[in-house]
Ligand binder design. Structure first.
Ligand SMILES: [Zn+2]
Length: 188
């Protein structure tokens, strides 16, 4: 049993180093500002009732890791800031059937609507489309020996989950999200 635990230690050390490198890369805010608009993002804002208000350009939300850790619950911090995955059937919204919108746990950016939520049987809240394509980022993820597409919040870069192409109509997509990365806001 010593070999796996040592490997686990090395993996977590590498993860910590990777996170440190990422933050080091992000720290010079003045450099980001100097290079033009890269410090801003354009998203679609939604009202408290879940209605689209329009596109707005807002500063990208960037905080030190320690600040995120203080702001978030341990599971939300691991999922959203360190690309973790909550255990299936443990989140608070996989079986939620109320009408409302799902916002980013980190920055409140609107991400998904109950209108596109469906029963995936996975134990994770699943949607066939984001509330606005502008509000998320989709990027290749080759971690854990799999080729997947990661979904992140456009405004604060939080990890939300992955998108797969085995979803229902009309898009055929399955946005497999983590409850811990989102907060549900009832609209009806
Ligand atoms: Zn966010």
């Amino acid at each position: 049993m010593r070999q796996p635990s040592r490997r686990a230690f090395i993996a977590s050390a590498a993860g910590a180093l990777g996170a440190a490198a990422l933050w080091a890369f992000r720290l010079p805010v003045s450099v980001v500002k100097a290079s033009g608009n890269s410090g801003s993002v354009t998203i679609v804002q939604f009202s408290a009732l879940g209605k689209p208000i329009g596109k707005v350009t807002v500063p990208r939300v960037v905080k030190p890791d320690a600040e995120w850790k203080q702001q978030l619950s341990p599971v939300s911090y691991q999922v959203a800031r360190h690309a973790g995955t909550e255990r299936a059937y443990t989140g608070n919204t996989w079986n939620n059937h109320e009408r409302g919108i799902y916002r980013c746990i980190c920055c409140d950016n609107a991400l998904f609507s109950s209108d596109t939520k469906f029963e995936s049987g996975t134990g994770w809240p699943s949607f066939w489309q984001p509330i606005a394509k502008e509000n998320v980022i989709e990027a290749g993820d080759e971690s854990l020996g799999m080729s997947r597409t990661e979904v992140r919040c456009r405004e604060c870069d939080a990890h939300l989950g992955h998108v797969f192409d085995d979803g229902p109509r009309p898009t055929g997509l399955r946005y497999c999200m983590n409850s811990a990365a989102m907060k549900f806001v009832k609209t009806a």
